[in-house]
Write a new protein. Structure first.
Lengths: 302, 370
């Protein structure tokens, strides 16, 4: 009797073990499949970028001969010659030019959009609703529609072939999207801290700088990041307003190497494209932490 | 001098009038509590005093000076907010000294003041923490410290304890009143306006209490007066727990009233307490603590059926149905002998001193004369 029960028990234990083992196996297969699929799709999406980086080290003839991304005879030729360009200016000049557009634009956007958003989110003034509605309305306006009037205005101001048309509108809170983004963010933050600051003796500007700006920092960093990347990548703006080669930003300068009458030096174009991508990627990964971090937690209870 | 005066203070939100021309005087060094149910405009009044809300009409004077058009920072006030409103990106030290840094005080002065305040509130170990690393009670003390460091003429508290648990609330209550006494003892101006919806807080903390309802002041008095001589049915019902019993009644002769078909004798000389013309339809108000179980039917007692008994430890709540009306009597456990059980008929006697008569139309207490 006892023996019988024992054997039965050990049989059950064995059963349980087999079931557990098969479950574990299934789990492993599942994980492998899932990651293989994710990795595959990820690779597929990244492939153009990987190919670009690989091809930038290839010789011009190999780019068309070898479809794989790994260069057979890696060479820095593309980078060296590409950097020199076919113009009297090196790519360094173009990078600097981009900087002259990006830096004032990002700083101007951050300051002006914060001020405008603070006004819309926290103050009552006559015509606020209409003004805010028209701000939002400009969001819906296709960019193309305003290109010609803008061009005419800037021409009359004598701003053509300068960087002013590229950054001044943004520095005056011309990007409704960013204002809207900050307004929405501010609306979610309780006013108590600003009221506490006013009781502590801060005026409007001090409240904005010492209290509001730190509170909206995550949103503000997103704004700067977007503005940075979009400006780096902007092609149409410089194309319309910049005509002298010595003022070209990188986005235009890349096109320059394609425009030359000689046969295209593809490896140079690709090499410079890689360099152009680098700052945007670097900034994104550096700022990623702040993108996600919220610091508003903890000041308010309830 | 840090006397606070409100004269015909009014606040409109569009066409809605939130505060109806209130008048209030808070003496120098006084602890004044504004109490009332939600929507009674007590917080609005406080925010107007702070300067966070524009005044529609009337005057606010602090230390005799008209402050209607002054910014909050220039009024000589400081405020503790319901949800603390600490600056989340600043450490406790910076939170405390923010107002002084705005005024560009010398750094050694800031340091001394910070040390003094943090010592007073026992928050010195927390000085290098961020607000998110503080518990509710600690954050509350930091918020009080931030108000204290300004050495204001008037302290404003906006329901500062409502986010704390019951135990912490009780200890913070004592701490704040102690702090007030301490400040007064050291000669610092310490006029306090304290807003709460909790009548226990009001009764235990205030030198005087201002009971508000719908933007009107119902009564301003010290806690004892408020409890024993409520000016109207609202105050009588709001102050005291459990709530005062109210019965519709009619005067019957000089010292008795008829309520729920029964006659209640109010005792000799009660009529002397009545204001002139205080006859006719009245509301009878008796606190649960002033009702006693009578041994047997006696003239002037109220007969009712015992509906429910709640044993609270040191006292017993008896719910007695008198006709359609339910009265609550609170008797000390020691005097309750458990002879009366549920559904038994009982007789309630009243303590004439605890009986109030209110005008049924206006709600005014007409038994306060003499």
């Amino acid at each position: 009797m006892a023996d019988h029960i024992l054997t039965q028990n050990s049989a059950t234990v064995r059963d349980v073990e087999t079931i557990r083992a098969s479950e574990l196996r299934r789990h492993h297969i599942n994980v492998v499949l899932r990651y293989a699929l994710l990795g595959g799709v990820g690779l597929l999406m990244l492939y153009p970028l990987i190919w670009l980086i690989g091809a930038s080290f290839k010789t011009n003839s190999e780019i068309f001969a070898n479809p794989g991304f790994w260069p057979e005879n890696p060479t820095l030729d593309g980078y060296i010659k590409g950097w020199k360009t076919s113009t009297p200016y090196s790519f360094g000049t173009f990078f600097l030019n981009t900087l002259w557009i990006v830096v004032p634009k990002v700083i101007g956007t951050a300051i002006s959009c914060t001020a405008v958003a603070y006004g819309f989110a926290r103050f009552e003034f006559p015509g606020k609703k209409i003004l805010f509605a028209s701000l939002i309305a400009t969001l819906l306006l296709p960019n193309v529609v305003t290109r010609i009037p803008q061009y005419l205005i800037f021409r009359d101001l004598g701003w053509l072939d300068s960087y002013l048309p590229l950054w001044v509108p943004s520095a005056l809170a011309g990007d409704a999207f960013f204002v809207f983004m900050l307004v929405q963010f501010l609306r979610a933050i309780p006013r108590d801290m600003e009221e506490a600051a006013r009781v502590d003796g801060a005026n409007t500007i001090q409240t904005l700088i010492f209290i509001v700006v730190p509170l909206i920092m995550p949103a503000l960093i997103s704004v700067c990041l977007f503005q940075f990347m979009w400006t780096m990548n902007d092609f149409l703006g410089p194309l319309i307003y910049i005509s002298s080669v010595d003022k070209y930003p990188v986005s235009l300068a890349l096109k320059l190497s394609i425009d030359t009458t000689e046969a295209f030096e593809w490896n140079r174009v690709l090499a410079m494209s890689v360099l152009t991508l680098a700052p945007a990627l670097a900034v994104f990964f550096l700022a990623q932490k702040y993108f996600i971090d919220g610091i508003s937690a903890g000041g308010i209870k309830g | 001098m840090a006397r606070l005066q409100l004269r015909n203070l009014e606040k409109d939100y569009g066409s809605f009038r939130a505060v109806h021309g209130i008048n209030l005087d808070v003496e120098d060094g006084e602890f004044m509590v504004l109490v009332g149910p939600s929507g009674c405009a007590k917080s609005t009044t406080l925010r107007m005093i702070a300067g966070l809300e524009r005044v529609t009409g009337g005057e606010i004077r602090i230390g005799g000076e008209l402050v209607n058009d002054k910014t909050p920072g220039d009024r000589g006030i400081s405020m503790v907010f319901q949800n603390y409103a600490l600056y989340p990106h600043m450490k406790v030290r910076k939170n405390l000294s923010f107002s002084m840094r705005l005024k560009r005080r010398p750094s050694n002065e800031i340091e001394t003041a910070t040390q003094h305040v943090s010592g007073l509130l026992e928050i010195d170990p927390l000085l290098d923490r961020l607000p998110k690393q503080l518990s509710g009670g600690q954050a509350q003390r930091v918020a009080v410290g931030r108000a204290l460091i300004k050495k204001p003429q008037v302290f404003l508290f906006d329901e500062p304890l409502s986010n704390l648990d019951a135990k912490l609330r009780a200890s913070m209550r004592v701490r704040i009143t102690d702090l007030h006494k301490q400040l007064k003892a050291t000669g610092q101006q310490a006029t306090v306006i304290y807003v709460t919806h909790d009548q226990t807080e009001a009764m235990t903390m205030g030198d005087r209490i201002c009971v508000m309802k719908d933007g009107h002041i119902m009564q301003v008095a010290d806690p004892v007066t408020l409890y024993s001589r409520p000016a109207n049915t609202f105050v009588a019902g709001f102050i005291g727990s459990p709530e005062m019993n109210f019965l519709d009644a009619a005067m019957k002769g000089e010292n008795s009233v008829e309520a729920a078909g029964q006659t209640i004798v109010l005792g000799d000389g009660f009529s002397r307490r009545l204001s002139a013309g205080g006859l006719g339809d009245v509301t009878l108000g008796i606190r649960p603590q002033h009702l006693r179980i009578a041994a047997a039917e006696a003239p002037g007692t109220l007969k009712g059926r015992l509906n429910h008994i709640e044993f609270m430890g040191h006292e017993v709540y008896l719910y007695v149905d008198i006709g359609p009306k339910r009265l609550i009597a609170v008797v000390p456990s020691s005097t309750y002998d458990r002879s009366a059980l549920r559904d038994d008929w009982v007789w309630l006697s009243t303590d004439p001193k605890g009986v109030h008569l209110f005008d049924r139309q206006t709600g005014e207490n007409i038994s306060l004369a003499a």
